[in-house]
Design a protein around this ligand. Structure first.
Ligand code: 9MR
Length: 453
């Protein structure tokens, strides 16, 4: 405890003997993540991921640590995987699958047959030629990923928004009404074990479109067409609000015998309203035993296909938003919900000089509201790579940590020490990683002390 209130102390790795610092009790405050909170309830928590962002260390830090499922955002689509007919390119998608595998994450494949993001050569086909091209595409891509995926979105967005339950009038639809079942049978022939999903948007409540999907699933099951899951994209905004019968709609599909998955969740908004909507989605999934998990459609707001709506769980800097905490709480992993008051006004950061030598520095910033705070701590390696680190700081009187992520905390009030978890102890020379915690009372001020371990 002797260094807990020292002004930024830089200690070389060799100078810190294990045990010279406070004794850690890992069970006291295990790092909570979206993935671990969901796992505790038998669910996965996933995100869409884009391979071209893998050079962004903030992005990969969150991707690798927070999620247990990954969906390639664009890399498995027809235009990406078969840019010219019968010539396949899996490079970007394979990068995502390999990264997920290295991090113990599962992968949802997205999407084998869709009217959108078709390569131009396919857009120019019709009739038997297009049907044959679709079958060849599905066979090749599903074979390439055979045994590697949790689920495939076999068919995406095949129903119209007309309000009459009709099929979307696409080039695929014009090849014959049986194109969807042909797609499912073809995918099953290529990969015998992957879950085969139908995926769509504006099917989140009971309405004409979702009922049309429901009737199709029921018919497929009755006729032995291989379908195992239905994906509900759940792109929520003011024009398409979270329906009051969201859970009931999931349940009616589950009652048919298929798994249900929330596949592309994002919720326009901010603050308490957004946090509460996210919590309601989690609660709906937890209320349906066949709801296997939730995937958000991106990591930071800036990663979103509609970034202006700030619809995701991390802000542009990669800091968790109130909605993040609400999701953790809704899974039952945080003792208090921050959604009561979430006017998050960034307060001053502590500052720290560059470590220069070996060892590490820690800086932190707070998002504070009346009665609570979220603190994000950045750990920066000096001239040598770190294989482990510990950060000590002191909470003000009356403050208490309620949950933490990407670090293991000893103690919850007064002088507290955080140590790395298994996936973020290694930091390259000059590189950085970060962790965070949420608490009640006043946010910490002053300095944090980092030691290599
Ligand atoms: O997020 C995807 C974006 O990067 C692409 O430009 C867009 C192209 O259609 O597709 C987005 O993802 C969509 C998903 O594949 C299917 N459901 C709707 C998603 C948002 O548009």
């Amino acid at each position: 405890m002797r260094r807990t209130h020292a002004i930024l102390t830089v200690v070389t790795a060799g100078a810190v003997a294990a045990g010279a610092f406070v004794t850690l009790s890992p069970a006291a405050n295990a790092a909570t993540t979206l993935g671990s909170a969901a796992s505790a309830k038998g669910r996965y928590f996933g995100t869409a991921a884009a391979a071209y962002k893998f050079s962004d260390s903030v992005y990969t830090r969150i991707l690798d640590s927070e999620f247990t499922m990954v969906t390639p955002e664009n890399e498995m689509k027809w235009d990406a995987t078969e840019p010219s007919q019968n010539s396949f390119n899996y490079a970007s998608a394979d990068t995502i699958v390999a990264r997920a595998k290295a991090n113990g994450q599962r992968v949802r494949g997205h999407a084998l047959a869709w009217h959108s993001q078709q390569p131009s050569w396919a857009q120019n086909l019709s009739g038997t030629a297009l049907r044959n091209a679709m079958v060849n595409h599905i066979t090749n891509v599903a074979t390439h990923y055979k045994g590697q995926l949790y689920a495939w979105d076999v068919v995406n967005e095949a129903f119209s928004d007309n309000g009459d339950g009709s099929r979307r009038n696409s080039n695929l639809q014009q090849t014959g009404n049986d194109w969807i079942e042909v797609a499912f049978r073809t995918a099953r022939a290529a990969d015998p074990n992957v879950k085969l999903c139908y995926n769509d948007y504006n099917t989140d409540g009971v309405n004409a479109k979702s009922t049309a999907v429901y009737n199709m699933v029921k018919d497929f099951l009755a006729r032995g067409v291989p379908i195992g899951c239905v994906g509900f994209q759940s792109h929520i905004n003011s024009a398409s609000p979270l329906p009051s019968d969201y859970q009931a709609n999931l349940q009616r599909f589950a009652d048919l015998g298929v798994e249900v998955q929330i596949t592309e969740l994002d919720i326009a908004g901010s603050g308490t309203a957004q946090a509460n909507s996210y919590a309601n989605v989690v609660k709906a999934c937890l209320g349906v035993s066949k709801c296997a998990g939730i995937t958000v459609w991106g990591i930071r707001d800036s990663d979103s296909w509609r970034s202006g709506d700030t619809p995701l769980l991390f802000d542009n800097s990669g800091d968790p938003k109130a909605a993040y905490n609400a999701v953790i709480s809704a899974f039952g992993s945080a003792p208090s919900s921050p959604s009561a008051s979430v006017s998050v006004s960034p307060s001053a950061s502590s500052s720290a000089p560059d470590p220069g030598g070996a060892g590490c520095t820690a800086t932190f910033s707070n998002n504070a509201w009346t009665g609570g705070f979220v603190t994000t701590v950045t750990v920066k390696a000096g001239a040598s790579a770190l294989s482990g680190w510990k950060v000590a700081l002191t909470l003000p009187s009356g403050a208490a940590i309620t949950n933490s992520w990407s670090a293991s905390a000893s103690g919850s009030s007064g002088a507290v020490t955080f140590s790395n978890v298994n996936y973020n102890g290694g930091v390259a020379a000059g590189g950085s990683t970060s962790f965070g915690f949420q608490g009640t009372g006043s946010a910490p001020s002053g300095t944090a002390t980092c030691t290599a371990s």
